[in-house]
Design a protein around this ligand. Structure first.
Ligand code: CO
Length: 132
């Protein structure tokens, strides 16, 4: 298991990406939009992992709610799993509270599910399974 990416909520992906590129010498590897989540997503490679910049694309999106409540900043940590269904079954059997009972479509051809942050001591944890 490894950290797939760290999610950061920002007001504007283009501006935020510029700062991370200039300040840390990182590169945007891809930009994507997830309609059902109402987010625009930019990925920046950092070693074997990535930073995921998240910008809201509509007023009722989870990222919009997060930013209006807590401001820009760290949003979630994502861990890569080989089989997200097996992982979710395991978590349910262990009595772990989940936000997503079933995997949903993530950015860049992934399937994702979130563990409830009340379980993981205030940190939102995302499970990510990569497609081909
Ligand atoms: Co993420």
């Amino acid at each position: 298991m490894k950290i797939d990416h760290i999610g950061i909520a920002v007001k504007a992906v283009a501006e935020a990406a510029k700062v991370y590129e200039q300040a840390l010498g990182l590169r945007v590897s891809s930009v994507d939009q997830v309609e059902d989540q109402g987010v625009r997503v930019a990925m920046l490679n950092i070693g074997e992992s990535r930073l995921e910049l998240l910008e809201s694309t509509r007023p009722d999106s989870p990222i919009e709610k997060f930013i209006s409540k807590r401001g820009e900043g760290l949003h979630h940590i994502a861990v890569q799993v080989d089989n997200i269904e097996v992982m979710l079954t395991h978590l349910k059997a262990s009595g772990i509270r989940l936000i997503d009972q079933m995997p949903r479509k993530g950015a860049h051809n992934t399937r994702v599910a979130f563990i409830h942050p009340s379980v993981t001591h205030g940190v939102l944890v995302e499970l990510v399974e990569h497609g081909d």
